[in-house]
Design a protein around this ligand. Structure first.
Ligand SMILES: [Zn+2]
Ligand SMILES: [Zn+2]
Ligand SMILES: [Zn+2]
Length: 162
């Protein structure tokens, strides 16, 4: 994970106009009237890769774009319509209960989508951290999340403090 130039939230970057976009992988020269970022995309890059709530939202949005299925549903008056449902990126199953009937509460909870840190937080605060980089996040169902955490614990990624 590339965390170079990432340590300081943009708020700490001097208020004076920068010469180049401060997003590490960008560095384009700034168009007139831009002070830190070359574009709106770059302006959202830092929060989307560090602040948990923003990063989680961005990860969910991305997963929805790449891991969705279309399901046919029937409305109350028998009219059929299609809905796009985001799936787990590991087992590729959609959350149950979103559209199926007769799903138990347990099944619904197990299939609920959550976000897993590939390099685990391991007890560190998640509100603002480079561990929230998009490449370190994956959207998985609760069941897969538990299995992944178990694997991480087995391989020593979780639990060992250095
Ligand atoms: Zn940029
Ligand atoms: Zn899963
Ligand atoms: Zn970072």
């Amino acid at each position: 994970m590339n965390t170079e130039n990432c340590v300081h939230p943009p708020a700490y970057v001097s208020a004076k106009r920068q010469d180049r976009c401060i997003v590490p992988h960008c560095g384009k020269s700034l168009p007139p009237r831009r002070r830190r970022y070359c574009s709106n995309e770059c302006a959202i890059w830092w929060p989307n890769n560090h602040y948990w709530t923003m990063a989680a939202g961005a990860a969910m949005k991305h997963n929805r774009e790449v891991n969705s299925i279309a399901v046919k549903l029937k409305s109350w008056n028998g009219h059929e319509f299609e809905r796009i449902i985001a799936c787990c990126s590991r087992c590729h199953k959609p959350p149950l209960g979103e559209y199926e009937e007769g799903v138990t509460h347990r099944e619904a909870l197990d299939s609920r989508l959550e976000i897993d840190h590939i390099i685990p937080l391991n007890g560190s605060a998640r509100s603002t951290t480079c561990l929230n980089h998009q490449e370190n996040l994956r959207v998985v169902c609760h069941k897969c999340h538990l299995e992944l955490t178990r694997e991480q614990r087995k391989s020593g990624l979780i639990g060992r403090k250095t």
